[in-house]
Design a protein around this ligand. Structure first.
Ligand code: SF4
Length: 442
């Protein structure tokens, strides 16, 4: 009997890309995907461990799923991804309904782990690898729009940022064979996709020095952009200590490399950046922002900010606010510091900033960013921007939506356009989240 797998994905873009690899591996092993969780023989929850509340959410979800197992004992439940890697066998102690625990580097083993679980055993594989990139696996696309897709170019991370659990749950950094990246992007383009986002924890340190090739991220990006001018290319995430002028020049040379860079700052205080082991200073970060503005004047810049890291003073916090003001970020992901077990900060630094102070500072960071984002959108009113259509707008099928090269969402009246079309849109007004306008050229 053909087994059906149902997969739920939590966390970052990397996990979305991983779920597509997982479905591909299981499909090759004879599984079919179930659109409804009630039809599944195997339920996989692909998890995130970046903050405590991410894991709490998973425990609640597992509780909700376990009733299915009470109804049908034959169902196999698997916890995969970063939380599975962080907790390992402890997951089985915490939740007796979980049958499989699989870390991010063990997905090739999933068919075997399923067989083991089906024979009544708990199945665990949380081995991290120095080699695994799933380069030969053709992911099964799980997105609904068929226009934009993620392509992972590397796995793991060698940066040991003090607050971050990623190196412990995704292992050391390894880059993927560029030929396999180009093959995957070509497959996507030929099947109608018009945008790819190249993924890595720190794409700037991508490097392939094998088979007589010596390819860094800038060269790889150029090769991907060279596939077709109709293919938009995005990438995430950059690291301020590694982003080079050479990369910025490459971005400026190709219209189809999107003019948006996500450059996590985390803090504006040199003392905190040192404690975080970010390996750059406020001045270096500002220099990188200036370089982006110099080589790519119309580039939008987004960032990550953490409030309330260990020992953070009001003065450190003010330094974060002034950096944000100076940089004029278009968008930010903003969080309170959440101590992660096993990290350098958890081992060495006391999580001593009171929760209410963390929240107050986060509120200040968010309200500043809202002002900056509103200004960034207001500056687009009156401009004609190229938009890649992704789908109908969420609110009405009389409108379509897509994003600009700067990664801003635009909504406009539908006049018989198609997903994957490029249109020129005159921006007439904006809301806090969206640019609104009308098509001037199709
Ligand atoms: S660069 Fe730092 S924050 Fe990003 S994944 Fe690596 S360790 Fe974590």
């Amino acid at each position: 009997m053909i087994k059906k797998v149902y997969i739920e994905t939590y966390g970052c873009q990397m996990n979305v890309a991983d779920s597509e690899v997982v479905v591909s591996i299981l499909t090759d092993a004879g599984f079919k995907t179930a659109d409804n969780i009630n039809d599944a023989d195997l339920i996989l929850v692909n998890t995130c461990s970046i903050r405590e509340n991410a894991e709490q959410r998973i425990w609640r979800r597992l509780k909700a799923i376990s009733y299915l197992k009470k109804k049908n004992k034959g169902i196999i439940i698997g916890l995969i991804g970063c939380m599975a890697e962080r907790l390992k066998e402890k997951v089985l102690e915490e939740d007796r309904f979980v049958d499989i625990v699989a870390g991010p580097d063990s997905y090739r083993e999933l068919p075997l782990l399923f067989a083991e679980a089906e024979s009544g055993h708990k199945a665990v594989n949380v081995l991290l690898s120095h080699e695994e990139t799933y380069a030969d696996i053709s992911p099964v696309r799980l997105d609904k729009n068929g226009v934009s897709s993620f392509v992972s170019i590397m796995r793991g991370c060698n940066n040991m940022c003090a607050y971050c659990v990623v190196p412990y749950v995704r292992g050391s950094e390894r880059s993927r064979d560029p030929e396999t990246v180009l093959r995957e992007v070509n497959e996507l383009f030929n099947s109608g996709y018009r945008e790819v986002t190249l993924l890595g924890q720190n794409v700037d340190s991508y490097r392939w020095d094998k088979d007589g090739l010596n390819i860094g991220f800038s060269e790889l990006l150029e090769k991907v952009a060279g596939i077709d001018p109709l293919l938009r290319v995005r990438f995430s995430t950059s690291h301020p200590k590694d982003i080079s002028d050479e990369l910025l020049k490459t971005i400026s040379r190709y219209d189809n490399i999107c003019k948006h860079i996500h450059l996590p700052a985390q803090s504006g205080s040199n003392r905190i950046l040192k404690l975080m082991n970010r390996e750059y200073t406020r001045e270096w970060y500002m220099d990188r922002i200036s370089a982006i503005r110099k080589f790519i004047p119309d580039c939008s810049i987004s960032t990550d900010m953490i409030s309330g890291f260990c020992t953070e003073t009001e003065e450190d916090h003010q330094a974060s606010l002034t950096l944000m003001e100076w940089a004029g970020f278009d968008f930010s992901y903003m969080f309170k510091y959440s101590e992660r077990p096993g990290t350098r900060a958890a081992r060495k630094n006391k999580d001593d900033v009171p929760e209410d102070v963390k929240s107050k500072r986060l509120t200040e960071i968010i309200s500043l960013q809202n002002k900056l984002s509103a200004l960034s959108k207001k500056n687009d009113v009156g401009k004609v921007l190229e938009v890649l259509i992704e789908d109908y707008s969420k609110r009405s099928r009389d409108f379509m939506s897509g994003r600009t090269s700067q990664n801003k969402v635009v909504v406009f009246p539908d006049k018989g356009y198609y997903k994957g079309d490029y249109v020129q849109v005159l921006i007439e007004r904006c809301t806090s989240a969206t640019l609104l306008g009308k098509v001037t050229k199709h």
